[in-house]
Design a protein around this ligand. Structure first.
Ligand code: MN
Length: 730
């Protein structure tokens, strides 16, 4: 393998390794070698627009990375391979096999980004910047992308003019602001100057000439200040570096344009930067004090970015002083650490990472910094952990087939997307194609997806969709559509009802009907009408239920009454106790033809162990043996007990009371009544109390015997949210 590589190319590997040794703390030399050879093989024979071998480009990107933004060996390897998946036969899996998933994942991230950038206008630059960030899970992807872009911008001359301009605009509108957000001050300046060179070449040349013309003059002038300032500060015990600097071309250009000034009207072209080797922030203010003793400051220009750093973490003391001959000189004062952060931003943080991880407070402040880094007004949550980015991962950026971008919250589905386009598209949505493939309506969309909604005129929004969608807008529209649907249904049902009534003498109301068909889960007139419209119940069934004869009317009865279930007792009072009509239901020992009745406190049904009391009126009151009243001493003392047994032939329905206790939630009553009606049992009464999230439902129902009742109670216990089901007894 090595033999196939020309000596000239082999030199490039040595150069990269030499730079790694000089700039990186930890790296695996063999990883970088393997990446280099893979890069060479992958791009072998390819040429760049300039005619150079293509593989010079990734090698230069790796070189830029290791010198401009030194991170780690993995990022150097990934930089070498950054165009491999996109431009060669090699796949993600090949890179995994050769160099592992860490490198492969970064390369894949770079491939994804460049795929998205193709043929995009830069009109929605902010959106694109966010989209880039949302797609990138590892910060190294972005940093390598900057170096890739920087090298492409430096070699832009060999591209045709229209491509040059597009790339330059993209650099100015997307990459430079992004570099600024990451605190990569030097990268930002380089990218802006290069962009200007292709966007406005005449102006660029003009400014360059102007700045260069004054260069010697500037150096001489600034030196007159720098030398004494440095000497003075050192005398005071500060270890400082004092730099003379010129405003960069793009920022001169911007100032001229925005403030409508000529080059000669710009007075802050010169600047002095003092970098102090100290960790004490107060030293910056002390140095400011010493310098302004000699050179008068312009107070309006004083800005303290040390106490209040910029959003991207930038820290420095800014001011302006009046130099010799009355020139205004920009003054920046910062510590060495602040300086590194100003130049390298996020990359500088990785240099400090080792130190940071040993100190919790430093980790916190680092994370805080990272959170603030990319924050803007409209993105609340952003955080970073290790090399992982999680900046705009709460948002995704997806495209219509025409390329319009929609920003949706993470987790959004094709239905959310459809409603983001238009309510009608949402309402009629039956499916979607994502990147050309049919997906289900609940598929989760990802940044960069191209989504095509499939609609049908007969489609209607479903209540289920509410569980799928994540956007407020979609929820609102689906609910509105469902409510409208229900409104129309009710109207239709009401018409059907009116039509039905027109054939009768209107002797009953819809409330009569609801009472009669309650077991269908119909509780309100609206329920009744929509059930009619949906053909859940027919007019005939309703009519039949209303006209069906009711249960016999009840007689009242005194006697034992429990306090605990007053309403049950009241209900039971309405129920006929049938003392004479049902003589054959029980056999009372030693007494024939004696009148009897069932105690309403415990409502015995066939199968229950029962016992009778002879009352003062000379009738027998039948209780369940385990009824609390049976053990009531007063009762036992004052009344005569008789033995009672059920007649085996009894086949009538008995009133029984049960109590269901459960969680108070929507639809609970419907579920309970549903179970009972499916059991083919009539509910006599139902009372409901809910308090503190617990609901208590007392039911009186008609059953033939305890077997039936036990089966029903078991079924009720299986209803989700039901805690207990018991027989009612006083
Ligand atoms: Mn590239």
């Amino acid at each position: 393998m090595l033999a196939q590589i020309e000596q000239e190319h082999y030199q490039k590997l040595h150069e990269i390794l030499r730079l790694c040794r000089a700039n990186l703390k930890n790296y695996d030399e063999s990883l970088i070698q393997r990446a280099f050879f893979m890069c060479y093989r992958a791009h072998e024979g390819e040429k760049r627009a300039s005619g150079e071998p293509f593989f010079y480009h990734p090698v230069e990107v790796a070189r830029l990375l290791v010198t401009e933004l030194p991170l780690d060996g993995v990022s150097v390897a990934a930089a070498l391979l950054h165009d491999v998946i996109e431009d060669s036969e090699y796949t993600y899996d090949d890179i995994v096999a050769e160099l592992g998933t860490e490198v492969a994942d970064i390369v894949e991230g770079l491939t994804k980004i460049s795929g998205i950038m193709v043929n995009r206008e830069t009109t929605e630059a902010e959106g694109f910047r966010k989209m880039l960030l949302s797609m990138v899970k590892d910060i190294r992807v972005i940093l390598i992308k900057f170096c890739d872009r920087l090298h492409n911008m430096r070699t832009l001359d060999s591209l045709p003019e229209h491509r040059r301009l597009r790339m330059a605009l993209e650099t100015r509108d997307i990459y430079a602001p992004l570099a600024h957000r990451f605190g990569l001050g030097k990268m930002k300046v380089d990218l802006e100057n290069l962009a200007l060179r292709y966007i406005d070449p005449k102006m660029y040349d003009y400014l360059l000439k102007k700045v260069q013309l004054s260069r010697n003059e500037r150096i001489a002038y600034l030196n007159k200040m720098i030398v004494p300032i440095k000497a003075d500060l050192e005398k005071q015990g500060f270890n400082v570096e004092v730099q003379g600097r010129a405003k960069h071309l793009y920022s001169i250009y911007n100032k001229m344009r925005l403030k409508n000034k000529q080059f000669d009207d710009i007075h802050d072209l010169y600047g002095i930067r003092v970098i102090i080797d100290t960790e004490k922030l107060s030293d910056c203010f002390a140095v400011y004090g010493y310098i302004t003793q000699k050179y008068p400051p312009i107070p309006q220009h004083f800005k303290d970015y040390i106490s209040i750093p910029k959003h991207n973490g930038y820290q420095s003391l800014h001011s302006a002083i009046i130099g010799p001959k009355g020139h205004v000189i920009e003054l920046q004062i910062r510590t060495r650490r602040m300086h590194e952060f100003a130049e390298l931003g996020v990359a500088a943080h990785w240099r400090y990472k080792e130190k940071i991880t040993k100190d919790d407070a430093a980790v916190d402040s680092f994370l805080k910094w990272a959170r603030e880094l990319i924050k803007d007004a409209d993105s609340a949550s952003a955080f970073m952990e290790g090399f992982k980015l999680n900046l705009y991962h709460d948002e995704i950026y997806v495209f219509t087939p025409k390329g319009d971008m929609k920003i949706l919250p993470a987790g959004a589905t094709p239905i959310d997307f459809a409603y983001a386009i238009h309510t009608e598209i949402g309402n009629g949505c039956i499916g979607a194609k994502v990147n050309g493939k049919i997906v289900r309506l609940n598929a989760e969309l990802r940044s960069g997806d191209r989504v095509e909604v499939i609609t049908s005129k007969s489609q209607k929004p479903k209540a289920d969709w509410l569980k799928i969608v994540v956007t407020h807008r979609a929820k609102l529209k689906i609910r509105a559509a469902i409510n409208e649907e229900r409104r129309m249904e009710i109207e239709k049902g009401r018409n059907m009802w009116d039509k039905m009534l027109s054939g009768t003498k209107k002797l009953f109301t819809e409330n009569d009907a609801i009472r009669a068909i309650r077991k269908h889960g119909i509780k309100t007139p609206a329920d009744l009408f929509s059930a009619l419209a949906n053909q859940q119940i027919s007019s005939e069934e309703v009519m039949e239920s209303i006209t069906r004869p009711h249960k016999p009317a009840e007689a009242t009865e005194g006697g034992v009454q429990g306090k605990a279930h007053k309403e049950f007792a009241e209900i039971a009072r309405e129920v006929q106790e049938r003392p004479t009509q049902h003589k054959d239901e029980v056999i009372i020992a030693g007494m024939n033809n004696i009148a009897y009745s069932y105690a309403k406190c415990c409502n015995p049904v066939p199968g229950d162990d029962i016992i009778g009391f002879v009352t003062t009126e000379g009738t027998v009151k039948i209780h369940r043996k385990n009824c609390v009243n049976v053990t009531n001493e007063n009762l036992v003392k004052s009344e005569r007990i008789v033995s009672v047994a059920w007649n085996r032939k009894v086949d009538t329905e008995f009133l029984a009371g049960i109590r269901v206790v459960g969680e108070d939630k929507i639809g609970m009553t419907n579920q309970i009544t549903g179970v009972i009606s499916r059991f083919d049992t009539n509910i006599r009464t139902i009372t409901l109390h809910a308090k503190d999230g617990i609901f208590v439902c007392n039911l009186t129902i008609f059953v033939k015997n305890t077997d039936k009742l036990t089966t029903l109670m078991d079924k009720l216990r299986k209803v989700q949210g039901v805690f207990t089901v018991e027989r009612l007894s006083a």
